[in-house]
Design a protein around this ligand. Sequence first.
Ligand code: KG4
Ligand code: ZN
Length: 359
Amino acid sequence: MRIILGIESSCDETAAALVTSERTILAQHIASQDEVHRPYGGVVPEIAARAHAERLAPMIEATLADAGMTLDDVDAIAATAGPGLIGGVMVGLVTAKALAMAADKPLIAVNHLEGHALSPRLADPELAYPYLLLLVSGGHCQILLVEGVGQFRRLATTIDDALGEAFDKSAKVLGLGYPGGPALERLAREGDAKKVPLPRPLLGSAEPHFSFAGLKSAVLRAKQNMPPPVQGCVAGSVVPPAYSDADIAASFQQAAIDCLIDRARRALAGVGPVNALVVAGGVAANTAIRTALENLAADHDLPFIAPPLALCTDNAAMIAWAGLERFERGQSDPLDVAARPRWPLDPDAEAVRGAGVKA
Ligand code: KG4
Ligand code: ZN
């Protein structure tokens, strides 16, 4: 059995985890920086990097202590080396290099997106390559054919905003604060998705990509144009506006789901045989999205696989697992490996205007 220490620091979660080749997470810690960034309504890169620098080393100590281990028990050290906010990535990668050097262990520089992309295999031993993956997070919105470790074919990406970004910005318009995705999903449960007509950009389009900027702007207009409550005929009564914030949230979520399903259906039609339809990344925590994808997979007689919620948002177990998959194939990296703010999974994919806005 091999044991990998994983480190994640590419955005606003500081995380460390110990994962085995038998798919056991021996110990893990995650510190969210939501509180730190909330006053700014989004992640401030410099503040994120400082918070990672303060938290990471004690967190690694605590993770090893929880498992009753020292670095000697670890086979290799895997850290996110990109893509992401470069200050934070450097904190994690340099820490991993120092530990690898001190303990004389192999270093594995992991692509954060590969961490998300392979995380379903940590949770599900049955999931074999190739599979069709929807990678939906705050910085990315892609459809990928996952053919193996380091073997990705990007079939679609966003030409403007990522899906998580659209959730976060729409949530901000509705005054739901940061991070907005989970809050918007909660509010949407109380609303009527038919009340507010919103656009579905690129729905049915011949090109494979996503676009969410127009939908996000329409949410802003719907909020700005919301008529105020008016005095009713009966004294003291109030006629509520035609739609509520919850209706906007529900209508936004449904429009986003319609776009996602349309694009995924298009990809499935052209991709050739795959073993499963898989979703990963922070937005995969959304229950309505999971249900819609599950139905789509059933239409195509495919298993639908989504990692447990805790493995969807940023975490270090997925980084350890991706590191392990590479380590088991004899791969590791030299100590001078560079941090990469941009690091596409499919380097041959054509550049698309506006893609990868956040990370
Ligand atoms: O993968 P992740 O943790 O970080 C990135 O690599 O971006 O994804 C974070 C994104 C945020 O945009 C967040 O709002 C979104 O995932 N998210 C959700 C939900 N939970 C997290 N979006 C919609 N519904 C959710 N339940
Ligand atoms: Zn992520």
